[in-house]
Design a protein around this ligand. Structure first.
Ligand SMILES: NC(=O)c1ccc[n+]([C@@H]2O[C@H](COP(=O)([O-])OP(=O)(O)OC[C@H]3O[C@@H](n4cnc5c(N)ncnc54)[C@H](OP(=O)(O)O)[C@@H]3O)[C@@H](O)[C@H]2O)c1
Length: 334
């Protein structure tokens, strides 16, 4: 128990210290990411973002904090056989890996993201696998793009059984840098909240008919006390989480399963474009993908790291501590 508290305090303190950075965590192209990393003065010039992102090695503490079982292939195969899966955010990171793993099964995969070339590359690399792969380049921030995606599905008679809401945009910016950037909130809201709502509302009639499954890839921050600098990201992720959880009982009685996956920091371009995250404890992309596959097999309502309850208990025992730590830190570093 004492050990758990100590590791939690270390984790939260580390989060506080490293969460304040000038780096803007936005979705960048690979070339821009590498430039950003160069700019961030990486310790070794030959190290690229992909090296961090693809590093599936987990330290002893990471193994303890993020233990994840591999899904049982036979059960997954039975569950997925003949199903149609719509996965957003499939061009990079967790989504691209989930798509690759799902392609081993007899499924119809519909992959959505903005970067056409990345989707085409992925589709090509999956040729010869058991899945039939379709790509639909779309920007989830645009109502018209979502409408045409839904119409395209209708036109092709595609009936989705499993919807994985994985696309996401993350921005970290302090107050001074946010004053003239209302667009940060608009973009995060559209990608993380209103876009997924519009898409899901269009998919729901079919998901209900097929007794389908919705998996929402959310962030652990949504469950924890707010952290300054993350207002646009945290509020938009929390908004969709709330929206879905309000819908969940009504979906349950219509035999639709809802799983919410609350991920901690994961090594992907989203987090690793920020140099300060390189040395931090983080989950590997492979583990995050396995959590999503486990949700498919088990239909679990929720994934959150095992120690989340201890952190929440700690926060309710000392309700103002996290807030005060942040204020102290900000005053000191003003
Ligand atoms: N990495 C972490 O530390 C972490 C922690 C907690 C939760 N998460 C969540 O995990 C999910 C996956 O993130 P990741 O870490 O794999 O990040 P990532 O590597 O940056 O991937 C994000 C994906 O979302 C897509 N996307 C972004 N904006 C979009 C838009 N407007 N329309 C359509 N697709 C869009 C991106 O593709 P295009 O750029 O090609 O559109 C990309 O495929 C996100 O929901 C994120 O919030 C991540």
């Amino acid at each position: 128990m004492l050990l758990t508290y100590i590791s939690m305090i270390c984790y939260l303190t580390e989060r506080l210290i490293t969460s304040y950075s000038d780096a803007d965590i936005v979705n960048l192209t690979c070339c821009q990411q590498n430039k950003a990393l160069e700019h961030a003065r990486l310790p070794m010039s030959h190290v690229t973002l992909t090296d961090y992102e693809d590093n599936n090695q987990q330290s002893f503490w990471e193994q303890c904090l993020f233990p994840v079982a591999k899904p049982v292939k036979i059960r997954l195969s039975r569950k997925l056989s003949g199903k149609t899966i719509l996965l957003t955010g499939a061009s990079f990171g967790i989504g691209a890996l989930v798509a690759t793993l799902l392609a081993e099964y007899q499924v119809k995969l519909i992959l959505v993201a903005r970067t056409r070339e990345k989707l085409e590359e992925l589709q090509q690399s999956l040729q010869g696998k058991r899945a039939t792969v379709f790509i639909v380049p779309s920007d989830l921030r645009e109502e018209r793009a979502i409408d045409s995606l839904l119409q395209e599905l209708k036109r092709r008679n595609v009936e989705v059984d499993l919807f994985i809401n994985n696309a996401g945009k993350s921005i970290h910016r302090g107050l001074d840098q946010s004053l003239d950037r209302y667009q940060d909130t608009q973009r995060c809201s559209a990608t993380n909240y209103t876009g997924p709502v519009q898409l899901l509302l269009g998919l729901l009639p079919v998901l209900i008919k097929n007794r389908g499954h919705i998996i929402n890839v959310s962030a652990l921050n949504v469950l924890l006390p707010s952290t300054s600098g993350w207002s646009a990201y945290q509020s938009s992720k929390a908004a969709f989480d709330q929206w879905l959880r309000c819908m969940e009982p009504e979906l349950k009685i219509r035999n639709v399963t809802v799983s919410s996956v609350y991920l901690p920091l994961v090594r992907t371009r989203m987090s690793m474009v920020n140099e300060k995250n390189h040395g931090r404890m983080a989950m590997s992309k492979a583990k995050a993908a396995n959590i999503i596959l486990n949700c498919i097999v088990l239909g679990k309502r929720k994934y959150r790291p095992w120690w989340t309850g201890f952190v929440l208990l700690w926060c309710s025992l000392f309700p103002n501590l996290w807030y005060r730590m942040q204020v102290c830190y900000l005053k000191k570093n003003k």
